[in-house]
Design a protein around this ligand. Structure first.
Ligand SMILES: [Zn+2]
Length: 233
């Protein structure tokens, strides 16, 4: 059976209510587990360490089988004076300033990654995945991700697993077009605001529903375990 990963972006105390509704709805239509992309201090306004309700809720979800993933630290990128031209355009228009790991140097990236893992220690569970905000991960920041010990990242089009010095790229479908339908993994990314717009949300549910006809829902972590680790043994 082929696989479906539903990933929920931007999980934080600021989006908890929408995320909770999303997970309830998904469970109802047959998706009991997802990958949760967590922001440790969303826009410097919501440090998870200060939100006990959020911690309790997230811990319950993780115990139910949802996978916690680190998704940046603040999520927002601090603009730089030297920004010009394409950088300004990319950062402010395409990502709305959300490319936090786009051009961090290695030591600052490492510091934020370690702090993020530290902030999520209350989950009492290892975190193996990192997804850069807006999927923008610079070269130096990626080196930091590997060095800190994450096992995989996801990009716009694939899940990339670090296996020693190798990088194994597992591509997925972005949509349900027939050309790509045979790929083993389909990823559907959901943002908290999707839940608040009825037309968007019913569209998302219908795409998830179609995928469930011949795919089983799982997390990235489980997909990687099934796909790579099983061939090693
Ligand atoms: Zn995000």
């Amino acid at each position: 059976m082929r696989n479906l990963v539903v990933s929920i972006h931007d999980v934080s105390p600021l989006t908890q209510a929408s995320c909770a509704r999303i997970l309830d709805d998904l469970r109802e239509i047959g998706v009991p587990i997802t990958s949760l992309l967590i922001i440790p201090n969303h826009h410097e306004r919501a440090p998870v360490s200060e939100y006990e309700d959020f911690q309790g809720w997230l811990k319950t979800k993780v115990n139910e089988g949802h996978e916690p993933i680190l998704h940046g630290y603040f999520h927002a990128r601090s603009p730089k004076n030297t920004d010009a031209g394409i950088v300004k355009f990319t950062n402010q228009v395409y990502t709305a300033g959300e490319g936090e790991f786009y051009d961090l140097d290695r030591s600052e990236a490492s510091r934020r990654l370690r702090q993020g893992l530290n902030d999520l220690e209350f989950l009492q569970r290892p975190i193996s995945g990192f997804v850069a905000p807006a999927w923008l991960l610079g070269f130096e920041a990626e080196a930091a991700v590997r060095h800190v010990g994450f096992r995989y990242i996801t990009t716009v089009s694939s899940v990339d697993v670090f296996d020693g010095l190798q990088r194994v790229s597992l591509a997925w479908n972005q949509g349900l077009s027939s050309r790509l339908r045979e790929r083993p993994l389909l990823r559907i990314a959901i943002h908290p605001t999707d839940r608040e717009i009825p037309m968007v949300w019913s569209q998302v549910k219908s795409v998830v529903g179609s995928a469930l006809v011949d795919r089983r829902p799982l997390t990235y972590e489980k997909f990687i375990a099934n796909h790579l680790d099983s061939t090693e043994s």
